[in-house]
Write a protein that binds this ligand. Structure first.
Ligand code: HXC
Length: 258
């Protein structure tokens, strides 16, 4: 598919999606989010793709929702279109793992988009923030909910109420990101993590994503029960038999996603 606001490159089981509105620091407009939803759905459907990496430029992962697109909208327009709601829901329905590789600004909707991915690898140049308060609004695609679950109430309130930015070091120490790497190594590090994931059984990686996400949707007891059933059900797969046999035989597993 031909896209105008993103670039999609597929290689070795990985779909690398690069946000590409350089003149607007990758601000998220309707076209970009629509194209992004199309691209992740296409990767999810593809038999060749096993992991997705989402990244931006050196200067910005994404500097937020496009303020110029939103500025003149009325409540009625925002409500009737359920602004960015459908695109976010489509992104969140993807069952394959999505890694966010963040350099530079990840602000507002950009920070929210990174948090909608399964984990975040940050360059040492990354700056995260929810500065919507400075525009007289609040986060609108999950920021108040996801950030609070990820970093706790106090820091989430601080970020949303003051609109301050958080650097990569702080983001790692509070659990917003999984690792920080030098900016020059960001893409390689994210592709290498994706490559490792792509070697696993796709059934197991999809089960991990589904089950970890369950931790945010349900009680501990229900989540543990869900995990137990998912674990047990993987014994219906050939990949479980292959994975365990390969360990015992001291060889690399040959997963076939069956
Ligand atoms: C539209 C944006 C933009 C944005 C940057 N640009 N962010 N355009 N929407 N969110 C544009 C600028 O207008 C400018 O274009 C160009 O990108 C370069 O930006 P500069 O400001 O010149 O760069 P710099 O001085 O380096 O400052 C970088 C920055 C600043 C600190 C990131 O651009 C900034 O504060 N941006 C807004 C961040 C923000 O408030 N995000 C939250 C948005 S609300 P021109 O053509 O003027 O040169 C949101 C709600 C989510 O995200 C909920 C959705 C449902």
């Amino acid at each position: 598919m031909a896209y105008e606001t993103i670039i999609v490159e597929n290689s070795d089981g990985i779909a690398l999606i690069t946000l590409n509105r350089p003149d607007a620091l990758n601000a998220l407009n309707s076209q970009l989010l629509g194209e992004l939803a199309d691209a992740v759905e296409e990767a999810d459907r593809s038999d060749k793709i096993r992991c997705i990496v989402l990244t931006g430029s050196e200067k910005a992962f994404a500097a937020g929702a496009d303020i110029k697109e939103m500025a003149d909208k009325s409540f009625v327009e925002m409500y009737r279109s359920n602004f960015f709601g459908a695109e976010s829901d489509r992104f969140l329905r993807v069952r394959k793992p999505i890694i966010a590789a963040v350099a530079g600004y990840a602000l507002g909707g950009g920070c929210e988009l990174a948090m909608m991915c399964d984990f975040i690898i940050a360059a040492d140049t990354a700056k995260f923030g929810q500065p919507e308060i400075n525009l007289g609004v609040i986060a609108g695609i999950g920021g108040t909910q996801r950030m609070t679950r990820f970093v706790g109430k106090s820091k989430s309130m601080d970020m949303h109420l003051t609109g301050r930015f958080m650097n990569a070091e702080e983001a790692e120490s509070c659990g917003l990101v999984s690792r920080v790497v030098p900016a020059k190594k960001l893409r390689d590090e994210a592709m290498s993590a994706a490559g490792k994931i792509a070697e696993k059984s796709l059934l197991a990686t999809m089960a991990v994503k589904d089950t970890v996400n369950r931790a945010y949707e349900t009680t501990l007891a229900e989540g543990i029960n869900y995990e137990r059933r998912m674990f047990q059900s993987l014994f219906a797969t050939e990949d479980q038999a292959e994975g365990m046999a390969s360990y015992i035989d001291k060889r690399e597993p040959q997963f076939r996603d069956k």
